[in-house]
Write a protein of this length. Structure first.
Length: 367
């Protein structure tokens, strides 16, 4: 219990403001912070009916639950001023590549203007001591060398989602250099880039693991778009623990301004093809699949993250390898019972994760 006590000592009664708290990652973050006894204000669009937010009844653990658009800067400013948070996590986003092709204007507005609205809104809220802005592994300009991306590699996205997240990174960098230098927010703002995050409670459309689970539960054939695309698969708890650690370090003045972008990706053993993930799950659960390549919506073929900076400077390490990540994701659905609610299952997996040994001992990260 030593690990959990260390986290609880810092996060106990901290005032935390989360945008995008009704989404998959945001919901998990609320459950963790609720378990750690933080005081949470959430700001997001209403959740989908079939969502982790609703299944885990997350509204019951929030100090305030605000349903509003990140593009509404007037409302956002008002709620932040009322909240007077110490720590802010910005997860509000349009998070899907295919959706970005269908609704590019919504994607660019939400992901770039939404981030701009947040930065404008926090400028005069002096209670804030740490801000973590979540972007994506897809912000990097594609290289054809099959190497892992580092934080200082060139940014560039060709699909609307990736490009919108690059835009948000540029906006953050500009505000840090233009408005937050020599202010109470200096060294207090970072962007965080994770890999292909999976885990229980994800019901998103056009995402592999939710689609696999639907195929299993509904006994329908799974359609795979890009079987040979390589992704940095990781359980949602791995990057979330990185975000929490980063927020704490910033709060305690242990982060330098030049270090405001961070990768929180898995170890190299988790860089696998889509088809490899499908075949592993098929060994555990019976379902059929077919390959139907999608040439209409182009997606990055290879994505790998190098997280040596977070390993070295934050002492953060990925804990669950790919098989454990996939097993825990499938297990989550099987554990849901009348006496085992979605919230309880998430809390149990959180405790299991936080007390796991660092994966670095088994598979040293490539530099």
């Amino acid at each position: 219990m030593e690990n959990i006590n260390k986290f609880r000592k810092f996060w106990n009664k901290k005032k935390v403001f989360i945008t995008g708290h009704t989404g998959f990652k945001g919901s998990w973050l609320c459950i963790i912070l609720g378990y750690l006894n933080s005081n949470i204000d959430g700001y997001a669009l209403k959740p989908e009916k079939n969502s982790l937010f609703n299944k885990a009844q997350i509204n019951k653990i929030l100090a305030s639950n605000i349903y509003s658009d990140i593009n509404n800067i007037t409302e956002l400013k008002k709620k932040l001023k009322k909240s007077k948070p110490q720590i802010v996590f910005h997860l509000a986003a349009q998070p899907l590549v295919i959706e970005s092709y269908k609704e590019p204007l919504k994607t660019f507005s939400t992901n770039i203007i939404g981030t701009l609205n947040l930065l404008e809104s926090i400028r005069e809220i002096k209670s804030i001591k740490s801000v973590v802005i979540i972007t994506t592994d897809k912000v990097y300009k594609i290289n054809k060398k099959n190497i892992s991306y580092k934080e200082f590699d060139q940014l560039g996205g060709f699909d609307p989602y990736s490009a919108s997240k690059v835009g948000s990174e540029i906006v953050v960098d500009s505000y840090i250099k233009s408005f937050f230098k020599n202010t109470f927010l200096q060294n207090k703002i970072s962007t965080a880039r994770a890999g292909n995050v999976i885990g229980g409670g994800d019901f998103s459309k056009n995402r592999l693991l939710p689609d696999v689970i639907k195929a299993i539960n509904n006994k329908k054939k799974l359609t795979i778009r890009n079987p040979n695309h390589i992704r940095p698969w990781q359980h949602v708890l791995d990057p979330l623990m990185g975000y929490l650690l980063l927020a704490e370090k910033q709060y305690k003045n242990k982060i330098n301004n030049f270090e405001h972008s961070w990768n929180f990706g898995p170890n190299k053993g988790n860089f696998k093809k889509v088809i490899d993930v499908v075949k592993y799950i098929k060994k555990k659960k019976d379902f059929d699949y077919r390959v139907k390549k999608n040439d209409k919506f182009k997606e990055t073929r290879i994505l790998k993250l190098n997280s040596f900076k977070a390993n070295n400077k934050l002492k953060w390490f990925s804990k669950w390898n790919l098989t454990e990540t996939l097993d825990r994701t499938i297990e989550w659905n099987n554990l849901l019972t009348k006496d085992n609610s979605a919230k309880i299952v998430c809390e149990k997996q959180f405790l299991m994760h936080i007390n796991s040994n660092n994966y670095k001992k088994k598979n040293k990260y490539e530099k």
